[in-house]
Write a protein that binds this ligand. Structure first.
Ligand SMILES: NC(=O)c1ccc[n+]([C@@H]2O[C@H](COP(=O)([O-])OP(=O)(O)OC[C@H]3O[C@@H](n4cnc5c(N)ncnc54)[C@H](O)[C@@H]3O)[C@@H](O)[C@H]2O)c1
Ligand SMILES: O[C@H]1[C@H](O)[C@@H](O)[C@H](O)[C@@H](O)[C@H]1O
Length: 336
């Protein structure tokens, strides 16, 4: 059976996921496209999915009888309404991060899915599908004793004018917020944010860099540098220090070049290249589960916890230096 997919939001990542379904993965095809800007949907149709129907409204795409499952790749503020519509229609949906822009919105999704009685939602936390993080988790679980500290960095070469200080949390840090819960099998109890000297390359609307300090239930201390105008490349670093050893996230594969009396390794500059394989694997997982009418991988609960934790980090930005507690509700059995 070929899973018939509708894609809502055909900007950068919606286009890339459409390419993945059409050209890389087996078992699915894109039969419907929708974007707030219909020209964007038609451009993706022309380039990648000529047989797909273009819908003016995402709600109509979700309701279409020939759409089995939905990818939600529109801007973050629109995710909640589309995910709720997919759950109401009983259709599996893959939702790019964030699941919702508020914790209350994410909770509404959890409540709707629990009322439905089975998982339908996968959140686009692709790092859980990255081979490097898998290797790191294996070593953390088996080789270095109890983890004590994590030192991490999330660096982008540059960000556009519309990128403002809280986005360092809910657009950028949110990947670390999710992946460390998975890596350490833990949850957060508090957050604190401090700001080093501001880079002269950061535009007026963003405090950059920032350091986020998280503490987990098990007492692990995590420091994450977020530096979104680092200039030199797209660079994700993660080091876990345990009682009996220390493990680093592997660097992406790169040619070692000896030339002109220099030893060089290229550094990637684009997140699309850094996690290209992880996006393939996460969507393959979605297609497999959706073909069975369900979802696996990062859940609505994970999206909800990420939203609660992000809200605390944004408050910690606003109250610089203060330690903000993070309290989670009980997890519904659906997500055990
Ligand atoms: N997992 C990742 O690593 C990753 C990477 C990039 C983006 N994202 C997430 O994917 C989402 C999209 O990001 P992007 O970089 O593709 O942005 P983008 O701006 O390139 O594309 C967003 C698209 O959504 C459309 N849109 C806006 N409102 C809409 C609505 N109500 N209905 C339908 N379409 C609507 C816009 O017209 C635009 O074409 C964001 O939530 C972002 O955080 C995730
Ligand atoms: O939306 C992007 C994407 O999620 C990238 O993975 C992250 O590095 C960027 O900071 C963010 O703006």
């Amino acid at each position: 059976m070929t899973l018939k997919i509708g894609v809502i939001g055909t900007g950068m990542i919606g286009r890339d996921h459409t390419r993945r379904i059409q050209q890389v993965l087996a078992g699915a095809e894109v039969v419907a496209l929708s974007d707030y800007n219909p020209d964007a949907a038609r451009a993706v149709q022309a380039d990648l999915a000529p047989a797909a129907k273009v819908y003016e409204r995402g709600e109509d795409l979700i309701a279409a009888p020939d759409v089995d499952a939905v990818l939600i790749c529109s801007t973050g503020a629109t995710h909640e309404a589309y995910v709720l519509a997919a759950i109401a229609a009983g259709k599996p949906c893959f939702c790019e991060k964030p699941l919702a822009t508020t914790a209350e919105g994410a909770k509404r999704i959890v409540d709707a899915e629990v009322a439905h009685g089975a998982r339908l939602v996968q959140v686009g936390f692709m790092r859980r599908y990255d081979a490097g993080y898998w290797m790191l988790k294996d070593v953390v679980d088996s080789q270095i004793g109890a983890p004590l500290m994590v030192h991490a960095a999330h660096r982008n070469p540059a960000v556009p004018e519309q990128y403002v200080t809280p986005m360092a949390i809910h657009d950028t840090l949110i990947h670390e917020i999710d992946v460390f819960r998975w890596l350490l099998d833990d949850d957060y109890v508090s957050a604190q944010v401090v700001f080093p000297r501001k880079s002269r390359h950061a535009h007026g609307g963003v405090a950059d860099p920032q350091i986020v300090l998280l503490e987990t239930k098990k007492g692990i201390r995590i420091d994450v540098e977020i530096f979104v105008n680092c200039r030199y490349g797209y660079d994700i670093q993660c080091q876990v220090v345990g009682e009996e050893g220390l493990a680093n996230l592997p660097e992406p594969m790169a040619i070692t070049l000896r030339k002109d009396a220099r030893l060089q390794n290229a550094i990637l500059t684009d997140w699309k290249d850094r996690f290209v394989d992880s996006y393939d694997v996460e969507l393959a997982d979605f297609v497999q589960a959706a073909a069975r009418g369900t979802a696996s991988g990062p859940s609505s609960w994970d999206g909800y916890v990420a939203a609660i934790s992000s809200d605390a980090c944004v408050e910690a930005q606003e109250k610089t230096g203060q330690i903000i507690p993070i309290t989670l509700p009980d997890r519904p059995a659906l997500y055990d």
